[in-house]
Design a protein around this ligand. Structure first.
Ligand code: RBF
Length: 217
């Protein structure tokens, strides 16, 4: 590590199982090379924690300023999708009842959703990871966007009750950002990919929040 101030996340006190979680990632496209590395680190760590690839939804927006809006809308979309999936379960119950009633109709029957089916989850997102990279320029733009995005993302998780992981680098120059994406060009090392920390944080918060919403401490 070329910069001793770059710190990663120590492992959690317990190993959390992400195999039943649905996680959304929304990332900005500004500073593309850094974003790609961070995204890769995040996804690798999610998978390492057991999150299935099919349950990781990835969306992109132009820049970090768009992250709070997109994060909020994704959380809501996950809830709407989950609610829309519910009626098909009622329909399948009706189908089962008609079988019990000896319904011998020759109409082709609809495919029956199986309770053991292993498709992608359609449950609300257990956590969202919002990824961006802001690099200071010569105007005040950086300060305003950093402030707006930070407060926006915090407000969303408090308002919605869905954990939002703050995956936004706020770097004073290119090298700071490269090192925090694990692709630094310093002589002593490439730095640390903070995307890995964000993947870990998402699974940890999702697991704890699942308990907390059930009153389990
Ligand atoms: N978006 C980022 O994610 N990172 C940046 O470093 C960044 N720098 C910007 C600098 C300027 C001067 C402008 C105009 C925009 C920048 N954006 C950046 C894009 C911003 O987050 C947003 O996408 C646009 O302002 C459109 O709402």
């Amino acid at each position: 590590m070329s910069d001793p101030t770059i710190k990663g996340l120590p492992p959690p006190p317990v190993k959390y199982d992400g195999s039943n979680f649905r996680i959304a990632i929304v990332h900005a496209r500004w500073n593309d090379a850094i974003i790609k590395a961070l995204l890769e680190g995040t996804i690798n760590k999610l998978k390492e924690q057991g999150v299935k690839e099919e349950n990781i939804v990835v969306k992109s927006v132009p820049g970090s300023y768009e992250l709070p809006f997109a994060t909020k809308q994704l959380i809501e979309a996950g809830k709407v999708q989950s609610a829309n999936a519910a009626p098909s379960m009622i329909a399948s119950t009706t189908n089962l009842l008609s079988l019990i009633d000896n319904n011998t109709s020759s109409q082709p029957s609809e495919p029956k959703p199986s309770s053991t089916s292993t498709g992608p989850l359609t449950t609300p997102f257990d956590a969202v990871i919002s990824i961006g990279c802001l690099i200071k320029g010569s105007t005040m733009h950086f300060e305003y966007i950093c402030d707006a995005v930070t407060h926006g993302l915090m407000r969303i998780q408090l308002d919605t009750g869905t954990p939002v992981v703050f995956g936004v680098l706020t770097a004073l120059n290119d090298d700071q950002a490269l090192e925090r994406a694990g692709i630094g060009r310093g002589e002593k090392g490439k730095g640390h990919n903070h995307g890995e920390d964000w993947g870990l944080a998402a699974v940890e918060l999702a697991a704890q929040n699942k308990d907390w919403t059930k009153g389990v401490l």
